[in-house]
Design a protein around this ligand. Structure first.
Ligand SMILES: [Zn+2]
Length: 88
């Protein structure tokens, strides 16, 4: 995190030394980078059988146990699972 609660590294007023404007500068930069706000890591349409099946495959108990169990890929496998396209 570039803003640590007191100082913002790229603050144009103090160059990261810490000033009254750091927080608003950090917020403004965040809005420039993420104009729509934080995005969910995955969405599933739970109103369709396909969506439910996709969710089950990605975040169901079996998928979690496989990813985090012996020989699983851990968080990397989990991310790969949820990154798979859900809708055609
Ligand atoms: Zn500052």
């Amino acid at each position: 995190m570039r803003f640590d609660g007191k100082r913002y590294r790229d603050c144009r007023f103090c160059r990261g030394r810490g000033c009254l404007y750091c927080e608003s500068e950090a917020n403004a930069e965040y809005k420039r980078q993420f104009p729509d706000g934080p995005k969910p890591i995955a969405t599933f349409d739970m109103t369709t059988p396909e969506g439910i099946e996709a969710a089950r495959k990605a975040i169901g108990r079996e998928a979690i146990e496989k990813a985090f169990g012996p020989g699983g890929g851990g968080i990397a496998e989990f991310i790969t699972n949820i990154a798979k396209p859900v809708q055609p």
